[in-house]
Design a protein around this ligand. Structure first.
Ligand SMILES: [Zn+2]
Ligand SMILES: [Zn+2]
Length: 124
């Protein structure tokens, strides 16, 4: 029953990897008020808050096709290769992906900031 046309948040999207949260106004492949836009995957979408244009929207994220986790579209969390995959699943199944994806993952790895190394002062 969709009587309202306004973009009322339907709920909150939360990325299960990075913890990003944002209210989403639509889940699916064809956001309302958009002219001929069909997203390639079922996605959590919110109206772009930075523009008054009704047909501008942001894709927040979607569900990993392997583990069903909700992940944002950020490059640290997921990638889209005919379906949405979260990066942990990509890494686990890296050999199943084409070489471009494998190389892309290598690049991403070298780009990620290394966490401060754990202190090695545990003297026993
Ligand atoms: Zn994320
Ligand atoms: Zn996954």
């Amino acid at each position: 029953m969709e009587s309202r046309k306004e973009a009322q948040p339907k709920g909150e999207f939360k990325c299960q990897l990075c913890g990003l949260t944002a209210p989403y106004t639509y889940y699916g492949q064809k956001p309302p008020n958009t002219r001929s836009i069909v997203i390639l995957e079922e996605s959590y979408v919110m109206k772009d808050p930075f523009t008054p244009d009704k047909d501008k929207f942001l894709i927040l994220g979607s569900q990993c096709s392997l583990c069903s986790r909700l992940v944002c579209v950020g490059t640290e969390c997921s990638l889209f290769y005919s379906k949405r995959f979260c990066l942990p699943c990509v890494n686990e199944n890296l050999k199943a992906f084409p070489i471009e994806i494998q190389e892309d993952m290598d690049k991403r790895k070298s780009q990620t900031k290394s966490f401060p190394s754990e202190k090695m002062d545990a003297k026993i």
